[in-house]
Design a protein around this ligand. Structure first.
Ligand code: UT7
Length: 399
């Protein structure tokens, strides 16, 4: 009989673009105020990607840090899952761009879109694939370029969202712990309360753009708020019960960072002090699928998570979707500090990964060039043969 397998978080990393936008700056763009945004949401600043940063590039930066913390060679990675609702393209999938960028040459890669619940969904899927024995390691990333789907004239949405990426490495082992339980859910009847309507069913047209329609987020904020305040309490209790624990056994809850009032309400419903619910919403705003891993990484860096702790991560958002995972933390973050030479070795691995990717592209380029040349030669030969045939026919006709 196969021994029990567990999926442990062994690495973590985050990246936010450097440009930090204050509420005061936004109040020059739309009729809002620092006071309204702070009081109604808890947000003070958010980071916005410049032209150089995209969902994939931010994810690569976060993913690289996560692999470094885990001290895992990208070439040994089995799986890359990117949770995002703002992919670089409809095709290719963003995870494949990340897989290439990291040099994870043996990894399967796919995107997962359940909006703000995306990271929790992806973590649950990856943990299941590791526990089943199908894979030994996975890089799970939440990455978003929310600023690219904002209507910067709509004050009800543009003040709320930000960009960034967070990532974790999951590794399988027989040591008990890691992801202990998860619950995922969906209620598509609420799909219309939070949308970015662009897609094959609603392509962008010049007429639509002229009518002010575009690839913009629209949200019925009150509706989503009502849903969120109901679901965080419910799904948290479910994963705690599934793991045969009590709410009091939970050391830290890391929820999706949408609104400080949602988090305060959850603390009250769960009967725990607000300090046990982690928040960095004030600095990053709502980064959708990136928010839970961004918060997780900051909580680790602030020494809020230790080996033996029980941590619940909760996501909720567009779909409508929701999910929670309960993790027994097994690695002391202090053990994940690598020496200078180990860092040097890691740098060399990523350098090698870059060279491998370049070599793959070059090889593909040469192959395409060869095929094109062969086709051209074939066409030329055929044309010459046709020409010769025609000349012969013409000669015969003259004769
Ligand atoms: O990530 C996915 C999950 N998303 C969420 O969980 C978001 C959940 N929803 C919320 O967090 C809140 O509903 C919002 C922060 C979006 C809105 O807060 P609210 O307290 O529910 O405000 P509201 O939508 O009921 O609007 C109250 C007033 C309205 O004015 P009137 O109609 O009362 O005159 C809005 O027009 O606030 C006005 N308002 C603003 N005023 C200044 C809306 N946005 C702004 C703004 N600045 N940016």
């Amino acid at each position: 009989m196969q021994a029990s397998r567990y999926a442990h978080i062994t690495g973590w990393g985050a990246y936010v673009p450097p440009r930090c936008v204050t509420n005061a700056e936004l109040s020059q763009l739309v009729p809002t105020s620092d006071a309204w945004i702070r009081e109604r949401t808890g947000i003070e600043t958010r980071h916005i990607a410049d032209d150089e940063d995209h969902t994939s590039t931010m994810a690569i930066k976060a993913g690289r840090k996560a692999l470094q913390t885990a001290n895992l060679d990208p070439g040994r990675l089995g799986l890359v899952i990117c949770a995002t609702s703002t992919p670089d393209y409809l095709m290719p999938n963003t995870a494949s761009l990340i897989q290439d960028g990291l040099g994870a040459t043996h990894a399967a890669a796919f995107d997962l879109n359940t909006a703000c619940s995306g990271f929790v969904y992806a973590l649950s899927v990856a943990a299941s694939m590791l526990r089943s024995g199908a894979y030994d390691s996975a890089l799970v990333i939440g990455a978003e370029s929310m600023s690219r789907v904002m209507d910067w004239t709509d004050r009800t949405t543009c003040v709320l969202f930000g960009d960034g990426a967070g990532a974790v490495v999951l590794q399988a082992s027989e040591r008990p712990g890691g992801v202990l339980s998860f619950r995922l859910g969906s209620d598509g009847s609420g799909g219309d309360v939070l949308t970015v309507g662009m897609g094959t069913r609603n392509p962008i047209t010049p007429e639509g753009l002229a009518r002010g329609e575009g690839p913009f987020m629209k949200m019925a904020g009150r509706e989503v708020y009502r849903f969120a305040t109901r679901i965080v309490d419910k799904v948290t209790r479910e994963v705690v019960e599934d793991a045969e624990l009590e709410i009091d056994d939970i050391d830290l809850i890391i929820p999706h960072q949408a609104n400080i009032r949602i988090l305060a309400k959850a603390a009250k419903q769960l009967g725990i002090p607000i300090e046990r619910i982690y928040s960095n919403l004030d600095r990053y705003g709502n980064t959708s699928a990136a928010s839970v891993p961004l918060a997780l990484v900051e909580a680790i860096q602030e020494d809020r998570i230790h080996a033996g702790d029980h941590v619940v991560m909760v996501g909720f958002g567009g779909g409508l979707t929701w999910g929670a995972t309960l993790v027994e933390w097994t690695y002391d973050p202090a053990d994940r500090e690598w020496s200078l030479w180990q860092r040097g070795l890691q740098g060399a691995r990523f350098g090698l990964a870059g060279v491998k990717s370049f070599a793959h592209r070059a090889e593909r380029g040469v192959r395409f060039w060869e095929i094109r040349m062969r086709r051209r030669a074939r066409r030329r030969k055929k044309a010459e043969e046709n020409g010769a045939d025609k000349a012969a026919t013409n000669g015969q006709l003259k004769d």
